[in-house]
Design a protein around this ligand. Sequence first.
Ligand SMILES: *Cc1c(COP(=O)(O)O)cnc(C)c1O
Length: 366
Amino acid sequence: MSSYESLGIRPVINAFATLTKLGGSVMPAEVVQAMVDASKCFVDLHDLQRKVGERIAELTHNEAAYVSSGAAAGLLLATAACVAGKNPDLIERFPNLSGLKNAVIVQRLHRNGYDYAVRETGVKLVEIGSEDGTSEDDLRQALNENTAAIFWFQGAMNRPSELALDRVITIANEHGVPVIVDAAAQLPPVENLWKFTQMGAALAVFSGGKDLSGPQSSGLVLGRKDLIEAIRMHGAPNHAVGRPMKVGKEEMMGLLAAVERYLTLDHKARGVDFEARVKLWNEGLKNIEGVTASRDYPNEAGQPAPRTLLSFSEKYSKDEIIQKLWDGDPCIAVAPANGNGILLNPMTLDDVEAEIVLQRLKEVMV
Ligand SMILES: *Cc1c(COP(=O)(O)O)cnc(C)c1O
């Protein structure tokens, strides 16, 4: 019996996504081993954070890197670094930011649940543009001496009518304001680890526990050295706003191993595997009455990976199908589609599990 089962917790076959609420990802053996090795002795944590950061920065072609306790913690620390820098008197002031540069600009279109991590520092979000889009003038008018940073969220929130990232960066640079990119779920492609910072973003923030398959409670902040140095001062084990977002030695070494592994993965071969699973589902389900199976691309986070979209006639309700798969044996998680349908993600399971998902779908759709 697994330790989960001894608690009455059922293992989940994940055909949804690298969802935090399902555990993010499953760590490969080399990541687990790195964490086990790291757990065996004491080390100087400041020193380890610095050395791991230097190694990751080198591997990802960035000036500097910091291991946070998740992408959301990375957003918070990046915000703090832009507001107070390395000034110990200002670092002490959080969350009372009156008199400090305490405004952070974000496009109205990009507002999403994760911007709470930015607001949590005490900064004021200044929304620019509307649901219909954002113009250069919107950004220029919002920038002033109170602007600490501009946040850019990359993922399901992006729209053609947004003010494009390269324009945001150009205008921000004219004013000497850093642009922070939330790229939490922007892997693959692996090049994104350096693409945003090479475009001129001051920092790019990634989740360690999504496709990187590092420890679930890890994240990666990449970019400008001065800001990463400031983040160190705001972060644990220092007594500052980031102290409750502690990163353990195991997470630091686990994430380093995950980055090393990710850079050597055959991403083309992975793409072929993803397509094969989508094809298995589409072929296997195409003759069921009331169901249309098709390939959906790119996926919800904009990653260059396919999914299967199952659209239902009135014969089925998506909520019922989702519940039946979840309540069945084994427990299967799938994503709801916008209309009456579901989405199957090939990235978070293996071939055996993909086959089980197909069989269970055939059983519940009768
Ligand atoms: C997942 C996600 C986060 C949070 O990442 P964690 O590592 O779970 O903290 C932040 N922003 C976006 C856009 C995400 O998709």
